[in-house]
Ligand binder design. Structure first.
Ligand SMILES: [Zn+2]
Length: 68
């Protein structure tokens, strides 16, 4: 059998606990190569540069034209 809580938590205790559960904004920095906003400590998503070097290839998205 699992352990049971000895006493019921009050509404205030529940609300204090849940008040700290929230999303935080991502730490965005400006890429030095393309001036695009990108995540810190990660290779740039738009140009693939990290620490002044090309670290990964960026595939150009194929332009799809719909024939109606
Ligand atoms: Zn970039």
């Amino acid at each position: 059998m699992p352990h049971e809580p000895k006493k019921k938590h009050s509404k205030a205790v529940k609300r204090i606990r849940r008040a700290s559960i929230r999303l935080e904004a991502a730490n965005l920095i400006v890429c030095k190569n393309c001036k695009e906003k990108t995540l810190a400590h990660m290779a740039c998503r738009s140009c693939g540069f990290y620490a002044g070097k090309q670290t990964r290839e960026i595939k150009q998205k194929a332009i799809v034209t719909r024939a109606n």
